[in-house]
Design a protein around this ligand. Structure first.
Ligand SMILES: [Fe+2]
Ligand SMILES: [Fe+2]
Length: 462
């Protein structure tokens, strides 16, 4: 990794450079903005510690230069005081939007800088992963449940070295680490460990490493022969796990640039999966999940949206990305609302409806702050409950006033809700829905036709 220390104080700059060198990092120092830009270009630096006081050019000029020339470079801004940051009105949201990964305000130690750098690269790629957990394997320790994420044992890939530390839950807030990152899973040891577990079908990994898992799954789906040789239902299962973890991540930590770039990859994988996999539609239309949660809701909604896109001949690559990103995060606005059920509009109390109707607006506001989210995605999220018959919310838009791309999500979401309400599979849901005029009138006819014709021929309808 190539690091640039950009600091106007020569002593500080030299001292930091020396310390990073001692850790065998490739590191460069610069005491003004112009030199910083030059060195950055010469050495294609991956990470910059940019001090706010740098002169000739200013820190913001250097930042702009770096982001134009290599948006992937991680920029960590350092400052002597909070007031300096406040004067510039650099809130965390603004900083994120202009490409600053983190702001560090003095006093901070050298260890803090290393931690910030490690954190910056933690989410970039699963293949660069190092362990971040200090607990010894086999020893019980206490931790908060929110710091872990659950994983179905069935989906564990036994022939790949672990890229995450694995844990079992042995009691409320009690965990044991069972494997370290880099280890191959030993089946016997796994079986023994699982006997200690509170829930024998699941393992856990750290919630802050979920993004690494997402990155791995995307790469696994794109490149692995294990994946290519999998059955259609396993492929759907992998897609489901990936989507569920993406939605969980958004609910826990919001939607950062990394998550958006993973979501874009999902758009293309799903499209490929739907358009090229034999028996996929047949499988998905008969599939039934035991329970409905906000993550399974996002899975079906996204999948149905892609199935519709596959039938519509106007869907460009950019439209597909916008529709899929909107589908994955369409209900994120609900995280701002208390007292509403995870899924199922029938379970919303009358007094909570007014608040519930704010979630498209809230969702748009949350996503607006994320770098890499396009305007079409925001429009789609804002309109995902507008219905063609004018009965939707927040604006009771009529069919002709609804944004065309939003119509895909509207249908995918309504259909998923109807499926959840009736507890039926997709095929039976269609059979129930088609004679229901009130339901049908909410959809755009062409979009609904795309969904119906994907699932049924005249022969299979009744
Ligand atoms: Fe919604
Ligand atoms: Fe929804």
């Amino acid at each position: 990794m190539r690091i640039l220390i950009s600091h106007q104080n020569k002593e500080e700059c030299d001292s930091l450079t020396k310390k990073f060198k001692a850790l065998n990092e490739e590191v460069y120092g610069a005491t003004n903005g112009k030199d910083s830009q030059l060195i950055f270009m010469q050495h294609k630096c991956d990470c910059i510690f940019l001090d706010i006081n740098i002169q000739r050019n200013s820190a913001l000029e250097v930042l702009k230069f770096v982001k134009i020339n290599n948006p992937e470079t991680k920029v960590i801004l350092t400052s002597d005081s909070l007031s300096q940051i406040e004067e510039l009105e650099l809130t965390n949201d603004v900083a994120k939007r202009i490409g600053i990964l983190k702001i560090m305000i003095a006093p901070y130690s050298f260890e803090d800088l290393i931690a910030a750098k490690d954190e910056a690269f933690l989410s970039t790629s699963w293949s660069k992963k190092r362990s971040t957990d200090n607990n010894l394997t086999g020893e019980k320790f206490e931790a908060q449940d929110k710091d872990f994420t659950i994983f179905d044992l069935q989906n564990l890939l036994l022939d790949t070295p672990l890229f995450l530390d694995l844990f079992v839950k042995v009691g409320d807030g009690q965990y044991i680490k069972i494997f370290n990152v880099g280890e191959n899973i030993d089946a016997l040891k796994l079986e023994k460990s699982m006997s200690l577990s509170q829930n024998e079908n699941y393992v856990y990994f750290k919630a802050h490493e979920r993004i690494i898992f997402i990155n791995f799954m995307n790469e696994f789906i794109a490149n692995s022969t294990t994946y290519k040789d999998s059955t259609t239902s396993s492929k759907i299962e992998f897609a489901k796990v990936l989507i569920e973890k993406i939605v969980e991540e958004s609910q826990s930590f919001g939607v950062g640039q990394d998550l958006i770039s993973e979501a874009k990859k999902v758009a293309h994988h799903l499209f490929k999966l739907v358009s090229e996999t034999k028996g996929l539609i047949d499988n998905i239309k008969k599939r039934k999940d035991l329970e409905s949660t906000s993550t399974t809701h996002a899975f079906y909604t996204t999948f149905f949206a892609v199935i519709i896109c596959n039938k519509m001949d106007w869907t460009s690559e950019r439209s597909l990305e916008a529709i899929v990103i909107a589908s994955l995060f369409h209900d994120i606005g609900k995280t701002r609302i208390k007292n509403i059920p995870d899924v199922g509009i029938n379970n919303i109390l009358p007094k909570d409806w007014i608040e519930y109707k704010n979630h498209p607006q809230f969702g748009m506001e949350i996503l607006e702050k994320s770098e890499g989210v396009t305007k079409p995605t925001l429009h789609i999220i804002y309109q995902h409950h507008e219905y063609g018959d004018g009965t939707g919310f927040p604006n009771n838009l009529s069919q002709s006033r609804i944004y065309p791309l939003a119509k895909v999500l509207i249908t995918a979401n309504l259909f998923t809700e109807y499926m959840e309400e009736n507890k039926t599979n997709a095929l039976d849901t269609l059979r129930l829905m088609i004679p229901n005029r009130e339901q049908i009138s909410k959809h755009d006819p062409a979009v609904l036709k795309a969904l119906i014709s994907s699932f049924i021929t005249k022969k299979t309808l009744f």
